[in-house]
Design a binder for this molecule. Sequence first.
Ligand code: NDP
Length: 265
Amino acid sequence: MEMNTKAPFARHHAIVTGGGRGIGAAIAEALARLGASVSLIGRNTEVLQATADRIIKECGVKVATAPADVTDEAAVRKAISTVSSVLGAPTILVNNAGVALSAPFLKSDSAFWRKVFDIDLMGAVYCTQAVLPAMLESKWGRVINIASTAGVKGSAYITTYCAAKHAMIGLTRALAIETARTGVTVNAVCPGYTDTDMTAQNIANIMKKTGRSREEVIASLVAQNPQGRLIQPAEVADTVTWLCGDNAASVTGQSVIIAGGEITP
Ligand code: NDP
């Protein structure tokens, strides 16, 4: 197939859940810079539209938005069908929508466990089940699951989040084997603490619970990263674009850790 070297992803339609802000917006923008059409799915229509407008202006690609809560399977199917009718069958899915709720294990009741698993795991399941048939038909596809370092190690007060992200990595590994001969790859990306609203909220919560200053809390978070800093969303995004390239075809079932050396398997 002939390649447009200025826009190597011009043939792609990438769906990014939670694409309106944070890591998801950075991923959508990075894919768009390579020429992909992108669809942003999330709950906040205004945020989605503002990010879409910015990407259209900066990258000159087609961008669609569709509101959906990823825990609502029917809404997910409707949103994916809507954006597919505008931009064609999706070739890339980035399961990025997620929440990092924290609570001590003994204060995490079943409703809390269900809420976190519904968003962080089942959201990815519903989206993947909705796009996979088209990828299998075209014999090409990329599914990228935004997990976390919490998917490969344990930490106090986030048993639920850790379990959901570990499950997301299990999903990635097993589906990669199931699709190994189909042209579809399935990988996870595992960032450490990244500079987004989620981490800002996390910092505010820890300050409230411990009475520590913002500087002290930030210092304790970045201390987990041997490079002593927060990860930037663009660093996560560039790993995703690499995994989406044709030359990453033999990389599947992997969990790529972006955490300054926090995890050294
Ligand atoms: P943000 O809180 O900044 O953004 C979360 C995104 O997820 C928003 O776009 C939000 O959109 C969307 N979202 C949340 N719940 C739902 C839902 N039920 N349905 C649809 N969309 C939803 O988080 P980050 O950008 O920091 O995180 C993105 C991903 O990266 C998450 O999966 C997170 O677990 C993971 N991660 C983040 C790290 C960090 O330190 N920030 C570290 C490691 C992993 P809206 O509110 O409009 O619905």
